[in-house]
Write a protein that binds this ligand. Structure first.
Ligand code: NAD
Length: 308
C-alpha cells in the first residue's frame, strides 16, 4: 500500500485513480473543479481542498493534466508539487505534453532532489477504466523501476523508452501516426462510397488486406462495422477531436525543432483544424471523416453519400 496523490481528475484521471484505489493504495486527489473532486470522493478517494494538502504525505504524485502549461503551473507554482511534496516522493507525469515542458519540469524536479518520470499513455477512457493503458516512460532506470509497480493497476503494457522527455517523444510520434491514419482511412472510405462500395464490404476486405490499420479495425469512423467505435454513438468522444489536434500540433512543434519533414502530418493538422472550426469540436477525432466525406453541418449517423 502506497500513499499516492493524484492531480487532475478529468476523463482519464478519474478511472486511473479508481484503479489505484481498487488495488489497495491510499489515494488523495486534487482537481480545480469541485465536480471532479466530488466524483473522486464518490469512488473512495480522499479529496483535498488544495494541492498542497493532497501531496503533503505522498510517496508518489501522479499528474494527469491537459497541457504543458498546466503541468508547469502545478509543479512549479508557489505551493505546487515541488514546493509541497516530500523530497523522497516519486513524481510521475502521465499527461500528454510538449517535450520542452516535460524536460523543463523534470530538470526542476531533479534539481530539487526528486526522482521523476514522464509516463504518457495510449488508450482512451475505456482502457483507463479497464487498466489496459500502454505506458511509455522516460527517465532514469532507477526512477522507472520505482514507477513500474505503481503503474501496474492502470496498464497492460509498459515501456521504458529513454531519458526524461522520451516518453513524450514516443507518445507524440504514436499520435501523429494515429491522427494521419484516421485521415487516410476517411479518404479511403469516402472514395469507396462514391465508387458504390458499402461500408461493411470495404471493412471486411480491407481488414484482411494490406490496408488494414488500427483506425479501421478498432475505431472505424463510420457506423456499423465496429459497434464500439464512436461513429455508432453520434461521434461522442472517445478521444476528443481538439485533444487529437493538440497532439498533432505537438508533433509539428517537435518536428520543427529537429528539422524533420512531416508534410502528411501537416495536411492532417489542417483537416482536424477545419473539422474543429466546422462544428466538430465537441466530437470524437474520428468525426474528421464527416468533413472529408463532404457531410456539411452537424455529424450524421447514416452513411448516405453526398450527391454532386
Ligand atoms: P480532462 O480535461 O478531462 O482532465 C484534465 C483535468 O485537469 C480537469 O478535470 C481539470 O479541471 C484538471 N486541471 C486543470 N488544471 C489543473 C490544476 N492547475 N490543478 C488541478 N487540476 C487541474 O483531460 P483528460 O482527457 O483526462 O486528459 C488528460 C491528459 O491525458 C491530456 O494531456 C490528454 O492529452 C491525455 N490523454 C487523454 C486521453 C483521452 O482519451 N482522454 C487518452 C490518452 C492521453
Amino acid at each position: 500500500m502506497t500513499n499516492i496523490a493524484f492531480i487532475g481528475l478529468g476523463n482519464m484521471g478519474i478511472p486511473m485513480s479508481r484503479r489505484l484505489i481498487e488495488a489497495g493504495h491510499r489515494v488523495a486527489g486534487y482537481d480545480l473543479t469541485a465536480a471532479a473532486r466530488a466524483s473522486f470522493a464518490a469512488q473512495g478517494g480522499r479529496a483535498a481542498a488544495v494541492l498542497g494538502e493532497a501531496v503533503a504525505d505522498a510517496e508518489c504524485v501522479i499528474t494527469m493534466l491537459p497541457t504543458g502549461k498546466h503541468v508547469r503551473a502545478v509543479y512549479e507554482a508557489e505551493g505546487g508539487i515541488l514546493a509541497s511534496a516530500p523530497r523522497d516522493a516519486l513524481l510521475i507525469d502521465s499527461s500528454t505534453i510538449d517535450i520542452e515542458s516535460a524536460r523543463a519540469v523534470s530538470g526542476a524536479a531533479t534539481a530539487a532532489g526528486f526522482a521523476m518520470v514522464d509516463a504518457p499513455v495510449s488508450g482512451a477512457v475505456p482502457a483507463a477504466a479497464g487498466g489496459r493503458l500502454t505506458f511509455m516512460v522516460g527517465g532514469s532506470a532507477e526512477a522507472y523501476a520505482r514507477a513500474r509497480p505503481l503503474l501496474d493497476p492502470m496498464g497492460a503494457n509498459f515501456f521504458h523508452v529513454g531519458e526524461a522527455g522520451s516518453g513524450q517523444a514516443l507518445k507524440i510520434c504514436n499520435n501523429m501516426l494515429a491522427g494521419m491514419t484516421m485521415v487516410a482511412l476517411s479518404e479511403t472510405i469516402a472514395l469507396g462510397e462514391k465508387l458504390g462500395l458499402d461500408h461493411q464490404t470495404l471493412y471486411d476486405v480491407i481488414v484482411k488486406s494490406s490496408g488494414n490499420c488500427w483506425a479501421l479495425e478498432k475505431y472505424c469512423p463510420v457506423p456499423g462495422p465496429v459497434p464500439t467505435s464512436p461513429a455508432n454513438h453520434g461521434y461522442a468522444p472517445g478521444f476528443a477531436l481538439p485533444m487529437m489536434l493538440k497532439d498533432m500540433r505537438l508533433a509539428q512543434q517537435a518536428a520543427g525543432s529537429v528539422h524533420a519533414a512531416t508534410p502528411l502530418a501537416g495536411a492532417a493538422v489542417a483537416l482536424y483544424q477545419m473539422a474543429a472550426a466546422g462544428g466538430y469540436a465537441e466530437k470524437d477525432f474520428s468525426a474528421v471523416f464527416q468533413l472529408i466525406a463532404g457531410r456539411d453541418g452537424q455529424p450524421q449517423a447514416g452513411a448516405t453519400p453526398v450527391s454532386g
